[in-house]
Design a protein around this ligand. Structure first.
Ligand code: ROI
Length: 164
């Protein structure tokens, strides 16, 4: 199954956390890395009294079912010191979101796919567009149309993805 993962963070050298997470995701059993977007810097969505975020998107091919993939992603978040508590939408070292999983629409207690906030998150849509411009987002339509309808915000390209 083709899946897309959003990476974000805004604490403790987030760029470093994102680049390490990229390799850790690629090392999960049953996951093959296909593409990694450039990194973007974005103003925080939600509470403004927190540092800017670094965001990126990764494309993978996986034979893991969605909840097993989620388990793997959450283990990586935990390994990066992510503590799931405190303020909603507060700062974090590393956030990994399963954005899209094939053509599936999933609504379960632990997981909603496509990610429910995707249509309003330019910091997700733009890096996704960089690596898969013709993507259809299940239930929402073409990525291109979703991106065109998304309000713009202060998003800055900060780093070209290194090869490999
Ligand atoms: N804001 C930005 N810019 N990037 C994120 O990845 C991000 N993640 C979040 C909240 C707190 C909603 N804000 C964000 O979870």
């Amino acid at each position: 199954m083709r899946a897309y993962i959003g990476l974000g963070g805004n604490l403790d050298q987030p760029q470093q956390h994102l680049l390490e997470a990229r390799h850790e995701i690629a090392s999960l059993h049953g996951v093959e890395a296909l593409a990694f977007s450039p990194l973007y810097r974005s103003a925080p969505m939600g509470p403004k009294d927190q540092p800017d975020y670094i965001n990126a998107v990764m494309a993978i091919e996986t034979r893991l079912p969605p909840l097993e993939l989620l388990d793997g992603l959450q283990a990586i978040e935990t390994h990066h010191g992510r503590v799931r508590q405190g303020e909603r939408w507060g700062p974090r070292t590393l956030d990994l979101d399963l954005l899209v999983y094939g053509d599936q629409e999933i609504q379960s207690e632990r997981l909603t796919v496509p990610h429910p906030g995707i249509a309003l998150r330019r910091f997700v849509l733009l890096p996704l567009y960089d690596i898969e411009p013709h993507l259809k987002i299940p239930g929402l339509g073409s990525l291109e149309s979703v991106l065109a309808a998304c309000p713009s915000d202060g998003l800055a390209l900060i780093l070209e993805a290194e090869g490999g």
